[in-house]
Design a protein around this ligand. Structure first.
Ligand code: PLP
Length: 359
């Protein structure tokens, strides 16, 4: 089947086959990578190679640390304020959708003031994000946080906000590695792994050096960026299997031609879907064309009483994971890096047939 789940999401077929082949005999050791000490030389070499591959793929400058963290995307919702803002600080958050909302509520536990600078707006062309000129930024925030790709809403902010010297923090859980990115514009980039990287519960944090050493005193040690940076993300036992599998995905991505090539493919996949949805009276997408995600494509049927039938028939045709998030309903096709164009084509064929039969 083609798996359109928003996450945990489809991983590259090649990677799954390789992981299966190596499952009980990793690195010619006769045992699984899950059964080896994280201090073992072979594991440490693999872990370092995975980091280097990620650095190569994202062109991460030398003054950034790459941390392999626990606790997924939401773990970082608290790690960020605890690590780079004092308890008396004000922090700025742009409210782009549902995940921004969760991040804001978590940050409120750790800092004096969370200032919401702007939010989504409904326009005649669909939902958009308020223009930077209208943002109510505070005078000296410890950082500015936003989520460039809102997984549930299918809303994306394609332009990196210009916030001057304020450290820019981005939740890239659902768009990391999806296209080229200028990492040097950011103070912190973080991502839960289960969309474009690997297994859930794992997270990557890319932290600029000058933001280390600022953690609040009561920060849990495993979530302390400075400790994890000093200990090579091995302060405690890391999720060794997730690290290994992520490393395989990074190698796969390099073989695809890196983020430039995958980015072109991702735009082509998304454009095909949006073009079809836009010309149809049977399907619609609620997002302004300039703010559409290339990873998560939500769409509605003109008659939502057909939703159940659509999902049932799609699943029977081998197209799974299309149900929209429980907060918004409708459908959502998540088309992360591992989704081939053939999957998008199969979905479009199905959507056309369904429209013909029911429209
Ligand atoms: N941020 C975004 C943009 C997400 O899409 C998600 C989850 O899907 C999260 C954060 C939360 O990630 P996790 O479930 O790993 O905590």
């Amino acid at each position: 089947p083609f798996n359109f789940s928003a996450g945990p999401a489809m991983l590259p077929a090649e990677v799954m086959v390789q992981a299966q082949e190596e499952f009980r005999n990793w690195n010619h050791s006769g045992i699984s990578v899950m059964e080896i000490s994280h201090r073992d030389r072979a594991f440490m070499d693999m872990a370092a190679a995975a980091e280097q591959d990620l650095r190569d793929l994202m062109s991460i400058p030398d003054n950034y640390r790459v941390l392999f963290m626990h606790g997924g995307g939401r773990g970082q919702f608290s790690a960020v304020p605890q690590n780079i803002a004092g308890p008396d600080a004000t922090v700025d958050y742009l409210h782009c959708g549902i995940w921004s909302d969760f991040a804001i509520r978590e940050a409120q536990k750790y800092v004096a003031q969370v200032n919401v600078v702007g939010a989504t707006v409904d326009t005649p062309q669909g939902r958009a994000i308020s223009a930077p000129e209208t943002w109510q930024r505070s005078s000296a925030p410890a950082y500015f946080h936003y989520c460039p790709n809102e997984t549930v809403d299918g809303i994306a902010l394609h332009d990196i906000p210009d916030v001057g010297d304020v450290p820019l923090v981005a939740d890239m859980s659902s768009n990391i590695l999806s296209e080229p990115l200028d990492v040097s514009r950011f103070g912190v980039i973080y991502a839960g792994a289960q969309k474009n990287i690997g297994p859930s519960g794992f997270a990557i944090a890319i932290v600029r050096d000058d933001l280390l050493g600022r953690a609040q005193g009561n920060t849990s040690t495993i979530m302390d960026y400075t400790v994890q940076a000093k200990d090579g993300s091995m302060y405690n036992t890391p999720n060794t299997f997730a690290w290994y599998l992520s490393g395989l995905v990074f190698q796969w991505l390099k073989r695809q031609g890196g983020v430039e090539a995958i980015g072109r493919m991702n735009h082509a996949k998304a454009n095909k879907l949006y073009e079809y949805i836009d010309q149809s009276d049977f399907y619609s997408n609620p997002v302004h064309p300039n703010y559409r995600s290339i990873m998560n494509v939500p769409f509605l049927l003109a008659d939502n009483r057909l939703d159940g039938e659509f999902l049932q028939q799609a699943a029977a045709a081998g197209l799974v994971g299309l149900k929209g998030h429980r907060f918004v309903g409708g459908m959502r096709a998540s088309i992360y890096n591992a989704m081939p164009m053939a999957g998008v084509d199969a979905l479009l064929d199905f959507m056309r047939d369904f429209e013909k039969a029911k429209g």
